[in-house]
Design a protein around this ligand. Structure first.
Ligand code: VGL
Ligand code: ZN
Length: 203
């Protein structure tokens, strides 16, 4: 297979807390790892992302009195789902799953470090304005086409893929190497949102 330097594989949040046994486990989240490791062999550029929150992060239900996990609140930047504590910086839950190949990555991007704002997308925080710097990194490296895989389809994969499409990258998501949380129809919404923004969905 041709390995083009214009293409990058972006592997979203394959971390222990999103895999079975983790704090915000995605059903069969670990079942995609073998495929992702194989796919890495077909890309010359690889980005890994890591959800990376301080313990007092405002997206954690535990940091809001009387709030239940998976409830929703209004934040200055919009609605925010409150999650169980997950991917706390430096913990085992925040580490990559041990079976994920990480040695071939060009860059490991951490997001969600700011306690006051969540960051589902690898490009912008949830205010849709504060940049993570990934766009500039990819453009300066001449990358124009992105394939997304990882966790979770309906949150971090969705927002990353949609932002990439809005930024003008040629974007596809390989659904066979993604798994979803699927909270109150979030997977259907994600599929429609991605399709509506011209993201190619591969089965
Ligand atoms: C994610 C919820 C909260 C994800 C991260 O990686 O999809 N979902 N933080
Ligand atoms: Zn998170």
């Amino acid at each position: 297979m041709d390995i083009s330097t214009h293409d990058a594989l972006v592997v979203i949040d394959v971390q222990n807390d999103f895999c079975p046994g983790g704090a915000l486990a995605v059903s069969s989240g670990d079942a995609i790892i073998e495929k992702i490791n194989l796919m890495q062999q077909s890309f010359s550029r690889i980005v890994l992302t890591q959800d990376w929150h301080p313990a007092d992060h405002r997206s954690f239900a535990s940091n809001h009195p009387d709030a239940a996990p998976y409830s929703s609140i209004k934040m200055p930047y919009g609605d925010q789902i409150l999650w169980p504590d997950h991917c706390v910086q430096g913990t085992l839950g925040a580490a990559f799953h041990k079976e994920l190949e990480t040695n071939r990555a060009d860059i490991i991007l951490r997001k969600g470090n700011n306690r006051d704002i969540d960051s589902y997308s690898a490009f912008f925080e949830n205010d849709h304005h504060t940049s993570t710097g990934l766009e500039g990194y990819l453009r300066e490296r001449g990358v124009s086409s992105l394939t997304f895989v990882g966790l979770a389809t309906d949150f971090c994969v969705r927002y990353s893929a949609v932002d990439a499409a809005k930024l003008g990258f040629d974007v596809s998501v390989d659904l066979s190497a993604c798994r979803a949380i699927d909270l109150d129809g979030s997977l259907d919404q994600a599929m429609n949102d991605m399709r509506g923004h011209g993201v190619q969905l591969q089965a």
